[in-house]
Design a protein around this ligand. Sequence first.
Ligand SMILES: [Zn+2]
Length: 387
Amino acid sequence: MSDGETLLVVLAFLYLSDCFAWLKKGSVAVASAWGGRFGVKTGAGILGNSRGSLLPLNPLPPFGQLYIAHPLPISISPDGICAGNLHSVAPGVSAGPSAAALAFEQVTAVSADGSILRVNKARFAKCGSTAQAAALAELIKASKAAKSHKREHLIREFLGSHLSKKSASKFLVDVRAHVLRLTVLTTPFFLFLFLFVPWMATRTSASTVLIRGAIGAVLLAAAIGFFFYRAHSKLFPRERFERISSLIKMVLCPPMAIQAVNHLTIPLLATFHPVVVISILRPANTKPFIEGFLRRIQFPLAVSISDPVARRVCQWFGELQTELVTRFLQESDPELLKSAISPPAREGKAAGYCPRCLSQYESSSADCPDCPGVKVATFPPPSKSPL
Ligand SMILES: [Zn+2]
């Protein structure tokens, strides 16, 4: 292998290690690989485990754009908090039967440690982002301090901001100029590292190229890091640790500066409800995704949580989220809401259907075997043809 080829392999290895994003189980990615229409992904990554999977990013700038939205990992009611949420946006994710719960009288200390939400100095829940953990810590503190009858208002206000299309749209407008500025720098930097430097290595001595290439790469990465730091300070003023650690990585390992745009966009909409992000970016598979989600929240499964406090908190919070998300969709996309709860096309002799999973049955008297607690619905009688 020639010196130029060896250099190219080393740079490519370093760079490709930064071309993945972690998609937490239950979180929703809205991605566009080549700048075309977005698509929704939930846990479709590689090297996955029970906590999530890696989502590959497009390594070729200026292509590829990714936003990740995280459903709330906890439930909160005027009575207390529970480390689970019945309201799963991604299919097949919900609060487990042993979800921990605490009444507000039992809560003595709340803090956010990175993306970990700590209650009474113990780990309570893993959030999707540091911003989400900080926001939930503040909500729990405010609810704990408030009188019981004022807590519902606080929780409704919090969910209102979580479902604010106006605020999410503003973030998207604000990030545009920063993305453009960084793209103008990262695209030539990518060409410099992966075309110009290896080409130079084939024409002159490797040591000369290494010295000149390293100086050029550090200078360009520092310029990208400077604009990234400035953009990050404006968009995420409280995320100082993330900002500094990303900057250090970019300067010490220049290929990592190429993905600066994704480091800005991935956490941009992390504190908004996935339905808001989908409603703004309009991915190609919006209709089936939102319809499935609506059916799951309109026709929830029987709650399997054993602890009565946890069950009460999760049910209260689940019903409130259903009310607010349904209202949000009623205002932003009423047709989608209507089609989601319409019966499916009748097959053969089917008498009923499950309104949650849409399986069809010849009897309509029992619960759906796949969806405990969801009654099979009867097909409406065929409309009479006009005489
Ligand atoms: Zn079903």
